[in-house]
Write a protein that binds this ligand. Structure first.
Ligand code: ADP
Length: 187
């Protein structure tokens, strides 16, 4: 029983190191809110096992929407896109995943594992920018048709995620808490 309890305790006590956490910014755009898709979208991230650390309902101003899509300034659809993003409430979310066990077992730079994290996986969940090019099973593939009404936003990389989280949330709005299910998700 001694060897058994030792391994059980390792299993139960596994702490997920802050340095290994990856965060992405997810927003349900005004069309997703209006169409009653908030719960469907949150459910996908929740059921996968990701942890929600910040959430709020906001109605962005036009100016704020322009800041959010700063990198698309100059594109022909920029004005319509920012009008649209500021047309109603948006659900802003930051769900990070804890790291995989294989990460803590390797000495490799955690950046190497980024591809398996929530940023990339979040993008896979979301699907292609144009919903008709998105696979069924993805959020845009299942719930949307037009590129300008594609219901959800997700950061496209670690730098964008950092900037977008800082734009949408104050540090104190991002919570740190332990989820008891982590030990059932990560070996
Ligand atoms: P994504 O949201 O998939 O990261 P982009 O960053 O390229 O895509 O574009 C941001 C948003 O701008 C898209 O989600 C979409 O709503 C809108 N958009 C992109 N391309 C077009 C387009 N050709 N016409 C209208 N809206 C577009």
């Amino acid at each position: 029983a001694a060897f058994l309890s030792a391994s059980v305790y390792t299993f139960v006590d596994q702490e997920l190191s802050a340095a290994e956490l990856e965060r992405t910014f997810i927003a349900i755009k005004p069309d997703g809110v209006q169409r009653g898709l908030i719960s469907d979208i949150i459910a996908r991230f929740e059921k996968k096992g990701y942890k929600l650390v910040a959430i709020k309902l906001v109605h962005p101003t036009k100016d704020f929407a322009e800041k959010h899509y700063d990198d698309l300034k100059g594109r022909p659809f920029f004005n319509g896109l920012t009008d649209f993003l500021s047309s109603g409430p948006v659900v802003a979310m930051v769900p990070p995943p804890p790291p995989s066990q294989s990460m803590s077992n390797h000495t490799a730079d955690p950046q190497v594992w980024e591809g398996q994290g929530v940023i990339k996986y979040g993008r896979k969940f979301i699907g292609a920018t144009a919903p008709l090019a998105s696979e069924p099973g993805t959020i845009r593939g299942d719930f949307a048709i037009s590129v300008g009404r594609n219901i959800i936003h997700g950061s496209d990389g670690p730098e964008t995620a950092k900037d977008e989280i800082a734009l949408w949330f104050k540090p104190e709005e991002i919570l740190s808490y332990k989820k008891e299910t982590d030990k059932w998700l990560y070996e």
